[in-house]
Design a protein around this ligand. Structure first.
Ligand SMILES: [Zn+2]
Length: 189
């Protein structure tokens, strides 16, 4: 009897009734072959394990062959491996994102910090351009000042002729001040 036949016989014996088969050839082979003896012992151990954990009829436990258990173990290993792969991929992705984020932040910071330097460079190199920009700003400021003067003149005109209006304006200013104070207090606390 060859080892392959012996193993097939052992599997068949587990699935059928052990007593009914005539297994003298198998016993003979088992006495000679250590590998098949180990295989049979492994089978017995697994059967024993199943009988201990599953208090079901022996029929149930014997219907699961060693190959099936081995296949299940292999599958389990494969699933574990896949989970580890996914975990690894996620870690790689996070690391990559972190690198990209750092780069973007560095570029943004560099750009922002270079604007004053750029303005300084423009002031030094293109003096005319800088003067033009400043004069443009001055124009805007002039307009604002003129508007404020008009507003002041208008207010003066109104308040000079009407004490009631000035009183209302004063009350509005006081109320606005109180309102601002009330709004600010919770933030400071
Ligand atoms: Zn053998």
């Amino acid at each position: 009897m060859r080892c392959r036949d012996a193993k097939r016989w052992l599997d068949a014996r587990r699935e059928s009734n052990p007593e009914q088969a005539d297994d003298s050839a198998l016993q003979e082979h088992l006495q000679k072959c250590a590998a098949c003896r180990a295989f049979e012992q492994q089978q017995r151990r697994i059967d024993h394990l199943f009988c201990a954990t599953v208090p079901a009829p022996r029929r149930v436990s014997t219907s699961i062959s060693t190959d099936q258990i081995m296949r299940a173990i292999q599958q389990q290993k494969k699933i574990t491996q896949q989970l580890e792969d996914i975990h690894q991929q996620q870690q790689n992705r996070v690391a990559r994102l972190r690198t990209v984020g750092t780069a973007v932040a560095a570029i943004g910071f560099f750009t922002l910090s270079s604007i004053p330097l750029l303005l300084l460079a423009v002031t030094i190199i293109q003096t005319d351009l800088a003067v033009q920009i400043l004069s443009l700003l001055n124009g805007v400021i002039d307009i604002l000042i003129i508007l404020a003067q008009y507003l002041q003149a208008g207010l003066t005109l109104v308040t000079r002729n009407n004490w009631l209006l000035s009183g209302i304006a004063f009350a509005v200013v006081v109320m606005m001040g109180m309102w601002l104070r009330l709004m600010r207090t919770p933030q400071e606390a």
